[in-house]
Design a binder for this molecule. Structure first.
Ligand code: ADP
Length: 428
């Protein structure tokens, strides 16, 4: 057997309301299927008998409401069954949300009543926020709703690459291997894996995203009734806490699910008590949630960018394209040269405008930079525009003034303006 946990083909019997927690071996994929009974992975039911293949290193759980027999083939780092899970409390939340969706659907013409639940999931890093968001979305999609998933976690990015906030409707239970389909997500580029380098820009982008969603909901009673599930960052102290309050407010969240932290729960409960239509609910963190160290997160970010270009199962073929320096207009957002002290009133400190656009000239530092392609037609629309996708600079030829970059497809870029942050990706 390989190092680590067990390997080879084996069967596991899951009792009702139990789960099989798995960490796939870091070196090879794991195949798994349901032989008898029914089971789901983070809210998505698995089809009987069909083998699914999970990539190396993936951490997940197979849960069964009524009991199941699972067969595994391949090596795991760990796998064990657990009979204590918070799943009953999670599915109870789902039932309450369903009630609200049905109520909203019944009054499509009333501007308030027609709004389904806007759920925001908050808590420290590794409390299972993304996983709970995913379950709530998949359970809703299974009932035929099309809830909107909003991902404000710029550190990991479950809709697109890190450094972005994004939203997309979920029409089907989320695939346990492939994740969220990348049809036409609404994506805003912050450019950094944490809001720190430009906190104000983060707020501006959340506001922009909220406005667009509001407009979409106004014209679509179905998605309005289905509501949204909003995943957030694990940064809940100081500025992180302020950003949470800002997001709750900007997206008009009316159900706040707090995972695994008493203090955050009581703070939010207290500050939101004056709002009668906002429910703050405390939920238990699952014992299965795996804590990831900083380097593991960094690696996960790297993989997300790789997946963007190559697909989860290496099934996309990105294109290497070339452009002249003069074809690309690249900006950074925020910072840049500040107003000279001499131009300010005495005693005032020069402040950098967080949404100021700074033109970037092509330099060696841009090697491996990941840039967003804006939908903006003019530079002054860049901040308020969403992005079409990303490119990664792979080569710069200063003699011929040409840039080579990787893009998900061949052909012309969908926009003239590129935005640069601190994201970089080196093919390994
Ligand atoms: P957060 O969003 O709060 O940072 P995640 O939901 O991403 O946390 O969970 C952290 C990790 O734990 C993920 O890799 C996830 O797949 C894994 N995980 C979550 N719940 C379980 C569970 N019940 N069993 C096994 N792994 C789990």
């Amino acid at each position: 057997a390989a190092a680590g946990g067990p390997s080879g083909t084996r069967q596991v019997k899951l009792e009702r309301e139990c789960e099989l927690r798995i960490e796939v071996s870091p070196d090879s994929p794991l195949r798994l299927r349901v032989l008898a009974g029914t089971a789901e992975i983070f809210g998505t039911e698995i089809a009987p008998e069909i083998w699914l293949s999970f990539p190396p290193g993936l951490k997940f759980a197979v849960f069964s409401w009524y009991g199941a027999t699972i067969e595994m083939d391949g090596a795991t780092e760990t796998d064990y069954t657990a009979d204590e899970t918070p799943m009953i409390s999670y599915v109870n939340v789902h039932a309450v949300l369903e009630g609200r969706r049905n109520r909203a659907k019944a009054s499509p013409t009333d501007s308030d009543l027609s709004q389904g639940p806007r759920v925001i999931v908050v808590g420290p890093t590794d409390s299972g926020k993304s996983t709970l968001s995913r379950m709530l979305l998949s359970w809703a999609a299974k009932q035929g709703w099309k809830p909107t998933f909003v991902d404000l976690d710029i550190g990991q990015g479950s809709i697109t690459i890190p450094g972005c906030i994004a939203a997309t409707p979920i029409e089907l239970p989320i695939d346990p291997v492939d994740g969220i389909p990348l049809e036409m997500p609404l994506v805003y580029f912050h450019g950094h894996p944490n809001p720190g380098p430009n906190v104000d820009l983060y707020k501006v982008l959340v506001k922009e995203l909220a406005q667009i969603l509001e407009r979409q909901f106004a014209g679509n009673a179905e998605s309005r009734a289905a509501g949204m599930v909003i995943n957030t960052m694990g940064w809940i102290e100081n500025v992180g806490y302020e950003l949470l309050l800002h997001s709750i407010d900007a997206l008009k969240a009316n159900v706040i699910l707090v995972l695994g932290q008493e203090k955050l729960f009581s703070m939010l409960k207290d500050v939101l008590k004056s709002k009668p239509n906002v429910d703050v609910v405390k939920l238990q963190k699952s014992g299965g949630v795996v804590t990831r160290q900083g380097n593991v997160r960094k690696k996960a970010r790297h993989y997300r960018i790789k997946e963007y270009f190559y697909g989860i199962s290496n099934d996309f073929s990105p294109h290497s394209n070339t452009a002249n320096f003069s074809d690309l207009t690249i900006y950074r957002v925020g910072g840049g040269p500040q107003a000279p002290r001499s131009a300010l009133p005495i005693g005032a400190e020069p402040a950098a405008d967080p949404t100021r656009l700074v033109h970037v000239t092509i330099s060696k530092d841009m090697h491996h930079a990941v840039l967003a392609v804006s939908f903006a037609k003019e530079p002054d629309q860049i901040i308020s525009s969403n992005v079409a996708g990303f490119i990664c600079i792979t080569e710069i030829d200063f003699d011929r003034k040409k840039i080579t970059y990787l893009a998900p497809s061949a052909g012309e870029l969908p926009g003239r303006f590129l935005i640069m942050g601190s994201l970089a990706w080196l093919e390994t």
